[in-house]
Write a protein that binds this ligand. Structure first.
Ligand SMILES: Nc1ncnc2c1ncn2[C@@H]1O[C@H](COP(=O)(O)OP(=O)(O)OP(=O)(O)O)[C@@H](O)[C@H]1O
Length: 253
């Protein structure tokens, strides 16, 4: 059972060391942090800081060498493969490179996680319709990924990640392949995801503007060590700018 007050994710003194090369590599060293439920939590750090390792552990794809990772209060390393799979259905993942299936339409990409769970046809269609509406991709339902812009592909990927009603969304550099205006649109969509569904979001990014825009707090990593967790001041009064307003604001800054 999920303790009602459990955070979305908790790391308790987590260390992850990779053996096998000439020398062991410590990707994360004694990391303790808490992602509160419903938070948008940023993770920043230079290349090699340990961000991907952190995300893989949140998703149960990797386990600590020492310490514990708790999702909804459950220690992921104590679960059987079957239990872990069940927990992972409550976690959505969004990648920089979208990871859509090229020979499936938008509709079928979004439906994929539901079909893997053997969802019934009518339920799947209803859920896909809701999500397409939420991410604003109605007219593109029968298009293939190659026919979409980068921003549209990321909308499909977000819809697909939300298909199974996850309580947490892990976003690995979701806007790094996008121009700044489209980045703003995707961040707005992630903000709407939290507001509409209460989804906890972990946003790994090297773009500090993205953190400033939607995160409540952010963890700063350096060489596998958690250096600081900072509260991010809310950007009150900010609204979605049109493309022209955005370019004007950037060039005149
Ligand atoms: N499977 C592995 N085997 C050996 N070393 C690894 C493995 N995975 C990660 N590492 C090492 O752990 C350290 C942290 O890697 P990680 O990918 O977590 O960093 P990152 O912050 O995500 O970097 P980037 O922004 O470049 O993706 C690096 O030194 C990396 O080489």
């Amino acid at each position: 059972m999920i303790p009602p007050t459990a955070p979305a994710v908790e790391f308790v003194r987590v260390t992850r060391t990779f053996e096998g090369g000439d020398q062991p590599v410590t990707a994360l060293s004694d990391v303790s942090l808490t992602v509160p439920r419903g938070a948008v939590f940023g993770v920043v750090g230079e290349s090699g800081a340990g961000k991907s390792t952190l995300l893989r552990m949140m998703n149960g794809l990797d386990h600590p060498t020492s310490g514990r990772v708790l999702f909804d209060g459950i220690d992921l390393s104590t679960l059987t493969k079957r239990e872990l799979n069940a927990v992972r259905h409550r976690i959505g993942v969004v990648f920089q490179s979208f990871n859509l299936v090229g020979n499936l339409t938008v509709r079928d990409n979004i439906a994929l996680p539901l079909r893997l769970q053997r969802g019934r046809g009518a339920e799947v269609s209803r859920r896909v319709a809701e999500l397409v509406d939420f991410v604003g991709l109605g007219p593109r339902l029968d298009h293939y990924p190659a026919q979409l812009s980068g921003g549209e592909k990321q909308r499909v990927a977000i819809a697909r990640a939300l298909a199974t009603h996850p309580t947490m969304l892990l976003c690995d550099e979701p806007t790094s392949a996008l121009d700044t205006h489209t980045t703003g649109e995707i961040l707005t969509l992630l903000g709407a995801t939290r507001a509409e569904f209460g989804t906890s979001i972990v946003l790994v990014t090297h773009e500090l503007d993205a953190v400033k825009r939607i995160c409540d707090s952010a963890a700063i990593f350096e060489a596998g060590e958690l250096r600081d967790i900072i509260a991010v001041e809310a950007q009150t009064g900010s609204r979605e700018l049109s493309y022209v307003e955005h370019v004007r604001a950037e060039l005149q800054r």
